[in-house]
Design a protein around this ligand. Structure first.
Ligand code: PLP
Length: 474
């Protein structure tokens, strides 16, 4: 493609994106297609000859778009958000155009130094301790895996890096997390070689947060059995209900037993940019590592996961590899982020974070996030006032867990599960909103999470009216 054609289609695509942003509410939030429906419309083999951009774009609109779930729709209330914003999209254009491989300082000094600066901005914005150093990873899953591998190496004086699990020690390394932790912890435990048998799922209380006394009991029991407690993964904002594990008592336990503390605040961490929400991170100074995703709730398009650690040496000693072809003259004077994570190749993710923080300003980000939290509280109040519904978990931040359960009716748990699942499916099939479900202590709960960039009170109110209308028909 020559630059003349590129310019023509570049303008056309920007126009299309701006129209998409303006008219996104005309699309169904959840893709209304059956499995295989998209693939059936695509040729089985790639084209031998060049195709016109006109035809490619036309197929994008005709085939691909109907198969998209519109995460940027303001009535997207499912899972956790993966929100974005215009400045983030613009920065991604530039990142794609620069096409830089930001693995070491020399391969793009600005990428490394901008990453250092924006991560330090973020650290300050969240009120994380001054000594924490930041690096951008692709996802929270990768960040947690990094933490687990670092914990493993610190606990064994880098013996596993050197000898692997093949040789020697019969002492088992144990990882602890709550029964409500995200599945990425179990995945990380498996990949890092701990083995699922060595993951302890600590019970939670009525608020679905880890019970610190149960954690200490488990650590003591493992020590008694000759095992080596290695890492605790605490969650600030669990996926099912945004429960907040109490970091201070958990941190004190980790400190006493010299166990690595990793904090997974994948979505909820963003709330800490509000002074009134900083309490969710009380005790974070005990953490050895901490992750939150600007790609969830900070208007920065996927992927962008902010990983902070107390001792970057633990990270670089674990991941450092220095083949001759990557050595540079400035290695001693700069950060080479390739040693701060798993992949060698790194995208220039700091650029979009820089665009977003500058374009919104701290106040703009705070206003949006505060607005989402207020809307969640209002939605909670509507649920509480209607005797046909009940709240299923404390509303700590921007997620409301609830279900249809009329107080005057006696339903079995199975009946409630079916009714609520049907209610959710009907709403999602309508294309007008999208919510998801979870199980809390074995009971099905519907989840409505408010975090899409352009969600307003009107969207939440409409969701509530649709829910009520569906309930009226039951
Ligand atoms: N941790 C928590 C608490 C989450 O809710 C999620 C995803 O929703 C993750 C980790 C995984 O995030 P990622 O997709 O960035 O790996």
């Amino acid at each position: 493609m020559d630059t003349k054609t590129f310019r023509t289609y570049g303008h056309a695509i920007v126009d299309w994106i701006a129209d998409y942003m303006n008219h996104i509410e005309e699309y169904p939030v959840l893709a209304q297609v059956e499995p295989g429906q998209i693939a059936d419309q695509l040729p089985k083999t790639p084209p031998g000859e060049s195709e016109e951009m006109e035809a490619i774009l036309s197929d994008f609109k005709r085939i691909v778009l109907p198969g998209m779930t519109h995460w940027q729709h303001p009535s997207f209330f499912a899972y956790f958000p993966a929100n974005t914003s215009a400045p983030s999209v613009l920065a991604e254009f530039l990142t794609a155009a620069l096409g830089a491989q930001c693995m070491v300082w020399q391969t793009s000094p600005a990428a490394t130094e901008l990453e250092e600066v924006v991560m330090d901005w973020l650290r300050g914005m969240l009120g994380l301790p001054e000594g924490f150093s930041g690096v951008i990873q692709d996802t929270a899953s990768t960040s947690t895996l990094c933490a687990l591998v670092c914990a493993r190496e610190r606990a064994t004086s880098f013996a596993i890096n050197k000898h692997g699990f093949q040789r020697g020690s019969t002492q088992r390394l144990i990882v602890y997390t709550s029964e409500e932790a995200h599945s990425s912890v179990e995945k990380g435990v498996k990949i890092a070689g701990f083995g699922k048998d060595n993951l302890r799922l600590i019970p939670t209380g009525a608020d679905f947060a880890m019970i610190p006394e149960e954690l200490e009991k488990s650590v003591d029991a493992d020590k008694k059995d000759g095992h080596l407690p290695c890492c605790v993964v605490a969650t600030v904002g669990t996926t099912s209900s945004t429960a907040i594990d109490p970091l201070r008592p958990i941190g004190e336990i980790c400190n006493r037993h010299q166990v690595w503390l990793h904090v997974d605040a994948a979505m909820a961490g963003t709330a800490a940019i509000l002074p009134e929400m900083r309490r969710i991170l009380d005790g974070v100074e005990f953490a050895d590592s901490f992750v939150f995703n600007p790609h969830k709730w900070m208007f920065t398009n996927f992927d962008c996961s902010a990983y902070f650690c107390k001792d970057p040496k633990a990270l670089t000693s674990t991941f450092e590899i220095l083949p001759e072809y990557l050595k540079t003259d400035v290695d001693r004077r700069v950060k080479n982020f390739r040693d701060w994570g798993i992949p060698l190749g790194r995208r220039f993710r700091a650029l979009k974070l820089w665009f977003v923080i500058r374009s919104f300003g701290i106040k703009g980000l705070q206003d949006k996030v505060r607005g989402h939290i207020e809307l969640a509280r209002e939605f909670e109040s509507w649920i509480r006032e209607d005797p046909r519904f009940e709240i299923m978990a404390p509303v700590t931040i921007n997620l409301v867990c609830f279900r249809y359960h009329p107080s005057h009716h006696t339903f079995t748990e199975e009946e409630l599960e079916r009714i609520n699942k049907d209610l959710m499916d009907e709403l999602n099939r309508s294309g007008s909103m999208f919510i998801t479900h979870t199980k809390l202590k074995g009971r099905l709960a519907l989840r409505l999470c408010i975090g899409q960039t352009n969600t307003t009170r009107e969207h939440v109110q409409k969701a509530w009216e649709r829910l009520q209308a569906s309930a009226n028909r039951l």
